[in-house]
Design a protein around this ligand. Structure first.
Ligand SMILES: [Zn+2]
Length: 257
């Protein structure tokens, strides 16, 4: 087997531009999606949800804290689901498309570029949505956006419900602060960007006629067992390879075998 493991701390050859692009990709995706979320969330008012929740609780005798949190989360989810998250949805779809294209360009560079050559590569021209295309289809991008947004709203409602139920000051304020922070959205965006990147890579390998791939870990001492196992199981046929990401913040990669 070729020299496996990427060694993120001392990147060599073609891996330097690959990971420079990839880190920039994640940073940009985080920034645009979180900025869109903050703009979308502006003006969101949880006071009516909190009032309805308090009234509901007032009708039940001595509710358990778990019940208090769950009912608060349900009240928040009602508000969040009815709210327009159009900017966020558009930003996620855009991030997914960019990630697919970046993954494709990285895959192409890994196939065509001399492994010792660390000169930057470009991301290539647009092309029709066919098998092996650099571009993610609009439908797939929209589907990604819907999945990320739905999961983010649900997780955010749970978190805000906890903040409201545990609040010692102003429940609506505490809930709104939690929503603004968007911790769950950041993780979900990271995962969606990685998945699109991996799909783009596989598309490039498919287009190049690559038959098998290696799972490569980042090799920086923080590699988890799951990813080490995936690396040890290499090589894989294109369609049987484990998919990116194996977990949040996974920095593994698929290289042509
Ligand atoms: Zn990993």
């Amino acid at each position: 087997m070729p020299d496996a493991t990427i060694q993120l701390r001392s990147l060599k050859g073609v891996w330097r531009p690959v990971y420079a692009h990839r880190q920039a990709l994640h940073a940009t995706a985080d920034a645009i999606v979180l900025a869109a979320w903050k703009r979308d969330a502006h003006g969101l008012d949880l006071a009516p949800a909190v009032a309805a929740w308090q009234q509901l609780l007032g009708e039940s005798a001595d509710p358990a804290q778990r019940h208090r949190r769950q009912t608060a989360a349900a009240a928040v989810l009602g508000i969040l689901s009815a709210w327009s998250w159009q900017r966020t949805r558009t930003a996620i779809a855009l991030a997914a498309k960019r990630a697919h294209r970046a993954g494709w360009a990285a895959g192409r560079a890994l196939v065509t570029q001399d492994p010792d050559d660390d000169t930057p590569y470009d991301t290539g021209p647009s092309s029709p949505h066919v098998i092996g295309s650099p571009d993610m289809s609009d439908d797939t991008a929209d589907g990604t956006a819907t999945a990320v947004l739905t999961a983010a709203l649900s997780a955010t409602a749970d978190r805000a419900g906890r903040a409201i139920a545990d609040s010692t000051d102003d429940p609506a304020d505490d809930g709104e602060d939690t929503i603004e922070t968007a911790l769950d959205l950041a993780l979900l965006t990271d995962a969606a960007v990685s998945a699109a990147y991996g799909a783009g890579m596989l598309a490039a390998y498919l287009a190049a006629g690559t038959r098998s791939v290696l799972w490569l870990t980042a090799g920086d001492g923080r590699v988890c067992e799951r990813c080490s196992d995936a690396e040890a199981g290499s090589p894989y046929s294109l369609l049987a390879a484990p998919t990116l990401p194996q977990h949040p913040n996974c920095r593994c990669c698929l290289a042509p075998a």
